[in-house]
Ligand binder design. Structure first.
Ligand SMILES: O=C(CO)COP(=O)(O)O
Length: 251
C-alpha cells in the first residue's frame, strides 16, 4: 500500500452473462461489510453495463467501461465514448489494456488520447501499462514502463484523479506472476515516473497490480509497499474469488 486509496477492479473482458451479475449481487453485502475503505469497480462487457448499473445502484460496487473512443461522439460504429460511459453512470474507464494494445494496435499516443477523453468526461481512467515477456527477458522492463507512463499520462491528470494498472503482459491469464521483488521494483519505478508527470499527486494515485491475481497469491502481493489494489481478470468472474482478493487487502 501507499497513501493512495485502495482500488479493486474486476475486468470481465468479453466474458460473463446476466447470471454473473446475480452472483455479484449475492456477495455485495459481504463486500460492504469488509473492513476495507477503498473502491471496488466491475467492468463488465458493454452489453451488461446498463443492467449492472441498475442492479448495483445502491451498492458499494461501481461500474466501469473496458475501453472508450477518444472522440465525444460521431460516426464510429461499435465504439463507446467516455461521455457515454458517464451518461450510463459509470465512474471509471480502463484504457490501454494490453489486449487493446495487441489486437487493436493502440500505442501510447492513442492511450493518452483516451485517458484525456475519460478525464474530459469527468471519469477516472485506469491507465494500463506493462512489459512483454521479450522486454522482461531483455532487461528492459523498467525502461518500458517508465516510457509508458511518460507517453500515456496527459497533462490533465495533474488536476484530476487517475489510476494506473501495472499488468505484465506475460502474467495475464497465464498463472504466472513476477516475484514479489519484481512487482515492488516496478511499482516504485512507476510511482517515480508518475511524480515527474503529476508531482506529489502521484503519492495519492492508486497503482494496482494485475496479472494472475487470485485468492492464493493476493495476500502477499497486496502486502507489497506501493501496491494499492488489484486489476483482476479471470478471478473477478467468480464473485467469491473476487471478494476473497478484496478481503486480502490489509486496509
Ligand atoms: O488482464 C487482466 C485484468 O485486466 C488480468 O487478467 P487475469 O487476472 O485473468 O490474469
Amino acid at each position: 500500500m501507499s497513501n493512495a486509496k485502495p482500488l479493486f477492479v474486476g475486468n470481465w473482458k468479453m466474458n460473463g452473462f446476466r447470471a454473473n451479475l446475480t452472483e455479484i449481487l449475492n456477495v455485495e453485502e459481504s463486500i460492504a461489510k469488509t473492513p476495507f475503505h477503498g473502491d471496488v469497480v466491475i467492468c463488465p462487457p458493454a452489453t451488461l453495463a446498463a443492467l449492472a448499473v441498475d442492479a448495483l445502484k445502491k451498492s458499494v460496487i461501481q461500474i466501469g467501461g473496458q475501453d472508450c473512443h477518444a472522440e465525444e461522439a460521431g460516426a464510429f460504429t461499435g465504439d463507446i465514448s467516455a461521455e457515454k460511459w458517464k451518461d450510463l453512470g459509470a465512474g471509471y474507464v480502463i484504457v490501454g489494456h494490453s489486449e487493446r494494445r495487441a489486437y487493436y494496435q493502440e500505442d501510447n499516443k492513442a492511450v493518452k488520447a483516451k485517458s484525456k477523453a475519460v478525464l474530459r468526461a469527468g471519469l477516472v481512467p485506469i491507465i494500463c501499462i506493462g512489459e512483454s515477456l521479450e522486454e522482461r527477458k531483455a532487461g528492459k522492463t523498467l525502461e518500458i514502463i517508465s516510457a509508458q507512463i511518460d507517453g500515456c499520462i496527459p497533462d490533465e491528470a495533474q488536476s484530476a484523479p487517475i489510476a494506473v494498472g501495472y499488468e505484465p503482459v506475460w502474467a495475464i491469464g497465464s498463472g504466472l506472476t513476477p516475484t514479489l521483488e519484481e512487482i515492488s521494483e516496478a511499482h516504485k519505478v512507476i510511482r517515480e515516473a508518475l511524480h515527474k508527470k503529476i508531482g506529489d499527486k502521484a503519492d495519492l494515485t492508486p497503482i494496482v497490480y494485475g496479472g494472475s491475481l487470485k485468492p492464493s497469491n493476493a495476500k502477499e502481493i497486496l502486502a507489497i509497499l506501493g501496491v494499492d489494489g488489484g486489476l483482476v481478470g479471470g478471478a473477478s468472474l467468480k464473485a467469491v474469488d473476487f471478494l476473497e482478493i478484496i478481503r486480502a487487502c490489509d486496509q
